[in-house]
Design a protein around this ligand. Structure first.
Ligand SMILES: CC(C)(COP(=O)(O)OP(=O)(O)OC[C@H]1O[C@@H](n2cnc3c(N)ncnc32)[C@H](O)[C@@H]1OP(=O)(O)O)[C@@H](O)C(=O)NCCC(=O)NCCS
Length: 200
């Protein structure tokens, strides 16, 4: 199996495996997000796991940390997908490793993502808020907002994260109720969203 940069002709198979990994219709919200990131020019890195056909994919797009001296170039990692029948074989791990290497080579200071801390903490990510790198929406459960620091990262690179327009236009930032409320209740966190629990 090879991890390689995606080519234009890979787009249909990428969309197909992403939809399957996320359990969505072929033309579902995550596929719409990918298209919007690509069409807006936000996509910076798109890698595929190729094993006589595409079995996994990862995409990284423009983002910034709004630090006091200047905007810091970073990347946001979304989505990460492995076809269901090839999950738990280390493909996600390899895609993440190659994604961080590629991001570092591009000079990004950090990679940010929203995801399960149990999974990503094993792959170089840590809580972003612990470094004073702040989520761009209160609808991102705080423990799920994570950062991987790359070689050009420095301690002063703190502040709010700015996401590319495509993520807002496709409404793919964070979660919405009732799923948000149920995850917050599970995490017992107070996200300053009044009545969140009532909307369950
Ligand atoms: C998340 C995902 C990319 C992981 O890919 P993978 O190739 O299965 O991952 P790896 O084989 O490298 O690692 C597997 C390990 O991670 C853990 N793991 C896998 N998916 C996980 C998840 N969604 N949450 C938490 N842990 C997960 C498993 O416990 C597994 O360890 P184990 O086999 O010892 O129990 C894949 O499961 C997937 O495509 N899921 C659907 C889409 C998705 O949720 N993407 C992430 C959005 S943030």
């Amino acid at each position: 199996m090879e991890i390689r940069a995606a080519h234009a002709e890979d787009e249909p198979p990428i969309e197909a495996i992403v939809a399957r990994a996320f359990g969505e219709e072929p033309d579902g919200p995550v596929v719409h997000m990918i298209r919007a990131l690509n069409e807006s020019g936000a996509t910076q890195i798109s890698l595929v796991a190729d094993d006589d056909g595409i079995v996994g994919h990862v995409q990284l797009s423009t983002a910034w940390i709004d630090a006091r001296p200047r905007l810091v170039d970073a990347l946001t990692l979304t989505p990460l997908s492995v076809v269901p029948e090839r999950q738990r074989q280390g493909i996600g791990t390899r895609l993440l490793e190659e994604a961080l290497t590629a991001a570092d080579e591009r000079g990004a200071a950090a990679v940010l993502l929203e995801g399960d801390p149990d999974y990503y903490s094993r792959h170089g990510f840590t809580s972003a808020v612990s470094l004073n790198v702040l989520r761009p929406s209160l609808r991102i459960p705080e423990p799920g907002f994570q950062i991987a620091r790359l070689s050009s990262y420095e301690d002063w690179m703190t502040g709010y994260v700015i996401y590319p327009d495509a993520l807002w236009k496709t409404d793919m930032v964070g979660l919405r109720d009732p799923r948000l409320a149920s995850i917050e209740n599970a995490l017992r966190i107070n996200a300053n969203l009044p009545y969140a629990a009532d909307r369950e």
